[in-house]
Write a protein that binds this ligand. Structure first.
Ligand code: 8X3
Length: 260
């Protein structure tokens, strides 16, 4: 890992949402190893407290903050607690619910996906943008998905939400050009984490496992965290606008090689 981008002399602070598991937890580990004080945000306090404890035991600076990114008042309180210190914001919290065709999708699922994947990013980014700009070399990362760049059958609600997050990132980059803040989008394809597909299929482990069946090597959370940390640790004038990362076995959202 290379050097961090923040003001020399001060320990730079990185906020990671959805840090309780998967890509978020792996990213927090990577950024801690890169020298950041990591602020772990997630709804499940026990998960992030355990991770913060693990990181502190390894000699890193880490704090856990229970947070629902869809709750604006809670996000504002979290931002105040940072006391103006934030160099990197990794908007990772998100997820999919269901794989229903548009004709049958539950509007409540669509609304919930929009809330966490788009409004959550909006809340966090609005709340932390002043601190990111004040750092002199801020970075906003939006973890979208290949679902933010192309659709697939049954993906409608998630695809729409991730397209929303992609547009948020692109628009923000246009609007704040000239400020010392980069906007980086990382769009992962098939990543096998412990929870993504299990959540999508509401705890149906068999259906979740089928997503990855026969795929030689889906990406891991660590693979994606590595790309996020790489982009974040480029010199501050280098803006990796969009990084799409898929396993070799996945040529597109709908073309996956399975089996020998
Ligand atoms: C996850 C990728 O293909 O399940 O963001 O939409 S996919």
């Amino acid at each position: 890992m290379t050097t961090t981008t923040a003001v020399p002399g001060a320990t730079p602070t990185a906020v990671v949402t959805g840090a309780g598991s998967g890509i978020g937890a792996a990213t927090a580990r990577e950024l801690a190893a890169a020298g950041y004080r990591v602020m772990l945000a997630a709804r499940r306090a026990e998960r992030i407290e355990a991770l913060a404890g693990e990181l502190r035991a390894a000699g890193h600076a880490a704090e856990a903050h229970a947070l629902d990114v869809t709750d604006r008042a809670a996000v504002d309180a979290f931002a105040s607690a940072l006391q103006g210190r934030c160099d990197v914001l990794v908007n990772n919290a998100g997820g999919a619910l269901g794989l229903d065709p548009v004709a049958e999708g539950d509007p409540a699922d669509w609304r919930a996906m929009y809330e966490v994947n788009v409004i959550g990013v909006l809340h966090m980014t609005q709340a932390l943008l002043p601190a990111l700009a004040a750092s002199g070399a801020g970075t906003v990362v939006v973890v979208t998905s290949t679902a933010g760049h192309g659709t697939y059958e049954g993906g409608g609600g998630y695809v729409a939400a991730k397209h929303g997050a992609h547009v948020l990132a692109e628009t923000l980059r246009l609007e704040i050009v000239g400020q010392p803040v980069r906007v980086i989008e990382v769009a992962p394809g098939m990543v096998r984490t412990e929870e993504f597909s299990l959540t999508r299929f509401r705890g149906d482990a068999e259906r979740a496992a089928k997503v990855y069946e026969g795929v030689a090597a889906p990406l891991t959370a660590e693979d994606v965290a590595d790309t996020i940390a790489w982009a974040v640790t480029r010199p501050p004038h280098v803006n990796v606008d969009l990084l799409v990362v898929r396993p070799r076995a996945q040529a597109s959202n709908t073309k996956v090689h399975r089996g020998g």
